[in-house]
Every structure is written in structure tokens, then in C-alpha cells.
Design a protein around this ligand. Sequence first.
Ligand SMILES: [Zn+2]
Ligand SMILES: [Zn+2]
Length: 126
Amino acid sequence: MSMLLTGSCRCGRVQIAVRGKPTRIGICHCTDCRQESGSAFTYFAMWPVEKFETNGDTKEHSGRRFCPECGSRMFSVDDKEAEIKLGTLTEAPTPLSPTYELWIKRRETWLHPIEGAEQFEEDRTP
Ligand SMILES: [Zn+2]
Ligand SMILES: [Zn+2]
């Protein structure tokens, strides 16, 4: 698949690009994600690290990278995978939908399970 998705932070100093299909697409309602995003959940997807590129300086807290200028939360990356916050993508709505939901015990009561998405009370169990 030749899909290429690009994105940036709010101020444009940090750019990202991912190639091909993500390996999984998630929504997380956990306390860390709520505090970090300032919102009720995060929407993210994982790509093999070699499919991910970035440009521009980021700062990091607990492995999560953000733009030091505008504060946009961008991605996390290790030697295997890159986790991209999908709200940073230019294309909205994204051409993706969640395959799983984490920490549903913290989900707002007015939100409903996403049809077809695997549901986990807490973290993903293998
Ligand atoms: Zn920025
Ligand atoms: Zn979380």
C-alpha cells in the first residue's frame, strides 16, 4: 500500500510523515492520556519505525514528544515502532478508524464503544 500521511504541529516547526498502513489504530482513555492531551482521550496509530520520518526539534516527557514552541503533542518512538497522535495529520477526517480502545473504565459516560474496535478495561493484553 502506497499511502503517505503527513502532518505537523500547530505552529509548523515539527513535521511528520508515515508511509503505508498502520499496524494498529487506537483510542486511549487513561489518566496519562487525558492529562497529556487536556482532553477526554487520545487517538493514535502505530507504524514500524522505518515507515516514520520527522523534521524539526521536539522535546520529550515520559517518552512522548511535543513541539517546544506551540506544545502540540506529536509522537512517541522507540527502536521498533512509532506512535503518532492522529490529530497532527493534515487530512481531517483521517482515512483511518480505531481497531481498539484502551482504558475503557475511564471512558466518559457519554461516549460509546466504537463499533468493531476491540475493547480493553485497561492496557492491551497480548
Ligand atoms: Zn509547533
Ligand atoms: Zn493512555
